[in-house]
Design a protein around this ligand. Sequence first.
Ligand code: PGA
Length: 264
Amino acid sequence: MKRRPIVAGNWKMNGTQEQAAAITRELLAHAVNPRVEVVLCPPFTALAAVGKLLGKSQILLGAQNVHWESKGAFTGEISAPILKDLGCRYAIVGHSERRQLFGETDAMVAKRLRAALANGLSGILCVGETLEQRKQGKTWAVVEAQLKAALDRVEPAAAQTQMVIAYEPVWAIGTGQNATAAQAQEVHEKIRNWLVQRFSRGAADGIRIQYGGSVKADNAAELMAQPDVDGALVGGASLEPKSFIAIVESTFQAKEAGCSTASS
Ligand code: PGA
């Protein structure tokens, strides 16, 4: 099965409305390759401005987080219906910065993912190990536990059509030290096999698995050429339109070369 590659830009806590609009305009000025699904995840405060500019373009809007309740007394939180109202199609859940800096637990991540899916958003579920865990040989145990917890009560149909998994080794995020293509493929393949067991071969073959962690214009081609790497979740480089466009293009080239075909 050929999966449509997906490249998402996670702008993190960067960008006033004006700065966000400037990046968006520059991206829109380039014809984004329709063979790649492109998603922008600006800060909550810029979602409206970016969404308005994107309009009906090919580029989709995503949020960096989503709360599990729909509404109510949850100061500082943003719900899935609010995000939908702003035109969001995606929500990132379980980013390692949320887990590490803001104490998000697997249980919270699971609730966020379920809320996104229940409200018709697609979820980008982030998983990944720390350097310490990798050194201790615990990479797969950590990733598997995160997958298990987050997908505990997710239906196969929703997983297949509304979920993307982002493998983001914590040690590679914002460090300039990306995982090698072989390291990424090794974990991606294990994730795919785990999804076969959890759901089905068909579902697992349809679910896209992004790599994230210091993806740049100059390392994207090699990473994206791996058979189980279906795109990228890009932080720093997504704030530079030229780099982001180059990553999208590299992804397209790598996948057009026939590397994204998985036997179904
Ligand atoms: P980075 O961030 O590309 O800046 O390493 C990736 C991410 O946090 O999603």
